[in-house]
Design a protein around this ligand. Structure first.
Ligand SMILES: [Zn+2]
Ligand SMILES: [Zn+2]
Length: 401
């Protein structure tokens, strides 16, 4: 057998332990997604020899992102605390035990600002942000897809059909914008625990083009080829999930756990399909900085979250001249202040050079109530998203600077 990541011919013989070609066992989905007591079940592993130990270790950091770079997953870990973080036993390493103890009351997102807290039996978010494309999380979810495929398929078939997918996970140089995915979050108020699994494969012309992966936090629709998961794909393929309903049994309605998550679906995103509400997660295209004398009027795409220019430019004079002093608004990659703005905002004050630099790069744009773009005379306007090409219909309250 060959390692799917480094292609080396592997050996599973104990006597080769320590050698470069030695291959131990690799979980199909990362081990931290299973109950501790279930971890050793043979069906959870790839056939020994399919991933060498060196690659297993080398790519281990990607698996970790599934937990620490997704807010809903953190929530599930905290909700199902007893399942995931079983009481720190004597067996674990000291450092692991310490971490688990800390995480039993507070799990922190990789970005350091979002926390999921537990008080008694209730858990809550602090500073959550959703629907963001995280590069490492994207790799982690695509790595699960490679494992699911390699669990059933032979090495040669994998290399001839899914080499781009394998390369995306394996390589450090990536074009992340080609690897979008779709998500349908589970109900945040449901405490149900799902064992990770692939519950559906979308097959076109005899090739598996996408997998629906069920994780404790959400269903992820992951493509096996670049540039595949987009608005049209979702519209055409994500509506009829018959297999999804087949997972239900009398005591447990899996479908309800996902159908009942209107909070996420309604909030800002378009929904796809009748049964499962997917949102497209696509890496955001960076903005073009504004001209010195005006700001872009911006609007967010409800399908992919991309910040889009509406085509309207607002002269800085009218946006800035009534503001008393400085306070920072939300930052985006389109509108920047220039140092001339400081003279309008704070006449007669001399700022240090380093402050001026900071102001130009890091200060978001603020407006006074009289200049509020949300009160402009804009309704039923249309634009096409620069990222996912979906139609954006917006009015003044959707706009910002
Ligand atoms: Zn390897
Ligand atoms: Zn879009």
């Amino acid at each position: 057998m060959n390692c799917i990541w480094c292609n080396i011919k592997t050996s599973s013989s104990k006597s080769d332990k320590g050698k470069r070609e030695y291959a131990n066992n690799e979980h199909i989905f990362p081990a931290h997604l299973y109950k501790n007591s279930e971890l050793k079940r043979p069906s959870l592993f790839l056939k020994q020899g399919k991933v060498c130990e060196a690659c297993n270790n080398r790519l281990g950091h990607i698996d970790k992102s599934l937990k620490y770079r997704d807010n809903m997953m953190l929530k599930k870990f905290q909700d199902a605390n007893q399942i995931f973080n079983e009481p720190p036993g004597r067996k674990g390493k000291k450092r692991d035990r310490k971490r688990k103890l800390e995480e039993s009351t507070e799990i922190r997102h990789h970005n350091n600002s979002t926390v999921v807290k537990r008080e008694g039996s209730s858990t809550s978010f602090i500073n959550p942000t959703f629907f963001k494309y995280d590069e490492k999380f994207s790799k982690a979810i695509h790595k699960c897809a490679v494992n699911v495929l390699y669990n059933e398929l032979e090495y040669d078939y994998m290399k001839s059909h899914f080499s781009k997918l394998i390369e995306f996970v394996n390589s450090s140089e990536n074009n992340f914008s080609e690897w979008s995915f779709a998500v349908c979050f589970s109900n945040p108020n449901s405490n149900s625990y799902f064992e990770p699994a692939c519950f559906q494969k979308i097959i076109i012309n005899d090739v598996i083009v996408a997998l629906a992966l069920l994780l404790p936090s959400a269903i992820y629709l992951v493509g096996t080829k670049p540039n595949l998961i987009n608005v049209d794909f979702l519209k055409n393929n994500a509506s009829g999930f018959r297999d999804f309903i087949d997972w239900d049994d009398e005591n447990f309605k899996l479908s309800e756990c996902f159908l009942e998550s209107p909070y996420f679906a309604k909030k800002s995103f378009k929904t796809f399909g009748e049964k499962v509400k997917y949102s497209l997660i696509k890496k955001e295209i960076k903005g073009k900085p504004n001209p010195k004398d005006s700001f872009y009027l911006l609007v967010k795409c409800k399908t992919c979250g991309q910040t889009n220019p509406t085509g309207v430019m607002l002269p800085k004079k009218s946006a800035l001249d009534k503001i008393n002093g400085l306070s920072s608004g939300n930052k985006n990659s389109w509108n920047f202040h220039s140092k001339e703005d400081l003279d309008i905002l704070c006449p007669n004050v001399k700022f240090s050079e380093s402050f001026v630099k900071d102001f130009e790069l890091k200060y978001g744009i603020n407006y006074t109530p009289e200049n509020d773009v949300k009160k402009m005379n804009i309704s039923n306007c249309k634009a096409q998203c620069i990222n996912c090409n979906d139609l954006i219909i917006y009015e003044a309250k959707d706009c910002f600077l």
